[in-house]
Design a protein around this ligand. Structure first.
Ligand SMILES: Cc1cc2nc3c(=O)[nH]c(=O)nc-3n(C[C@H](O)[C@H](O)[C@H](O)COP(=O)(O)O)c2cc1C
Length: 173
């Protein structure tokens, strides 16, 4: 368990190999409760989370994710989808962008909750949207944004290099 947010965020890394041990309901609920607390456009929570434990469905989703096999290896897969219909009356065209942002922020909260529980995940965005939508039988208008395979890690993370804050930030004052 990490002592502080800074330690947690520093420690979080993408993991692409998982043990079979299932994620408990208590762990799952803690992750989902954090997603529910994420900020969202107008507080309208314009995202949906699809929880997949079924092995066959995980394998089909891994195949839709350009055969990234580790997607099916984790015992739990969470798929975050944008649902612009929930805010279209209020935000019009802007709800398309806002719902993608809502789903993204919720998935980001999920990643950190996973880490705080001593579990691991990786953001998977490289997938065929149409195939994923079909497998999940998504209602018209919902759009898959990110998949998070969740489980106990079975590898150490790769070396990480970053741009660093000096390169990232454009100081205008
Ligand atoms: C929008 C987005 C899409 C990503 N898609 C994939 C993916 O399809 N497959 C994968 O293995 N990693 C994917 N990643 C994970 C990144 O490769 C990873 O976050 C990055 O290399 C930094 O490593 P770290 O997460 O360990 O800090 C994605 C990350 C983001 C934010």
């Amino acid at each position: 368990m990490a002592d502080s947010f800074f330690e947690l965020a520093q420690k979080r890394r993408s993991i692409r190999s998982f043990k079979e041990k299932p994620v408990t309901d208590l762990q799952l609920n803690k992750i989902l409760d954090m997603c529910d607390m994420a900020p969202s456009s107008g507080g309208l929570q314009t995202f949906e989370i699809y929880q997949v434990k079924n092995k066959n469905m995980r394998e089909r989703l891994a195949s839709a994710a350009k055969d990234q096999d580790f997607v099916a290896q984790a015992p739990l897969l969470l798929v975050f989808c944008a649902n612009p219909y929930r805010s279209v009356k209020r935000f019009g065209e802007r709800s398309n962008l806002f719902s993608v942002q809502d789903a993204t922020i919720a998935a980001c909260y999920a990643q950190l909750a996973v880490e705080a529980l001593g579990l691991s995940t990786v953001w998977v965005g490289n997938f065929d949207e149409e195939k994923v939508s079909k497998i999940l039988n998504l209602p018209h208008g919902q759009r898959p944004i990110a998949m998070l395979p969740v489980g106990l890690k079975n590898e150490e993370p790769m070396e990480k290099t970053t741009r660093g804050r000096v390169d990232l930030v454009h100081v205008l004052d």
